[in-house]
Design a protein around this ligand. Structure first.
Ligand code: CA2
Length: 140
């Protein structure tokens, strides 16, 4: 599970938009409810190059799929899109807030058309929905 810039602030700022759950609590909660047989690893970065490198490492790892909240890179980053396309592991794009009910610059995603699924506006529960979606897809 990958989280982009500023998501380390979850639960500590803007609770009206992003909720009160911290990133650590979110990660602990997901580990607890991960479908049986699914092993989770977590990575958050505020640095686009570090995130790009982390995605590239997936090519050399036994990773079946990714859940990513790319944060603001959703709306700006061809680099993150290209990295995700290159590794070819299915990924679910998650947004805690309903980006379509926010500023126009948040309405476009560089990732959605290459994502397996997109989950928007379900709060931090969206990450759990994303795991379930990946599980169903991988069982396929
Ligand atoms: O709704 C989402 O999950 C977003 O991906 C969050 C990004 C935003 O740029 C996207 O448009 C939508 C921002 C992440 C900032 O996270 C914070 C968390 C707590 C407090 C402040 C920022």
């Amino acid at each position: 599970m990958l989280n982009g810039p500023n998501l380390n602030l979850l639960g500590r700022r803007e609770p009206g938009v992003y909720g009160t759950t911290t990133l650590q609590e979110l990660e602990n909660g997901l580990s607890a409810i991960a479908p049986s047989g699914m092993m989770l690893e977590f990575f958050q970065s505020n640095h686009e190059g570090q995130m790009t490198d982390r995605i590239h490492r997936v090519m050399d790892e036994p990773v079946d799929g990714l859940v990513i909240n790319p944060g603001a890179w959703t709306h700006t980053s061809v680099a993150i899109r290209d990295a995700l396309s290159a590794v070819a592991a299915p990924f679910v794009e998650v947004h805690i807030s309903n980006v379509h009910a926010r500023e126009a610059f948040r309405h476009h995603s560089y990732l959605s058309d290459v994502a397996l699924a997109v989950i928007v506006g379900c709060g931090t529960q969206g990450y759990a929905f994303a795991l379930e979606t990946l599980k169903q897809h991988l069982k396929g």
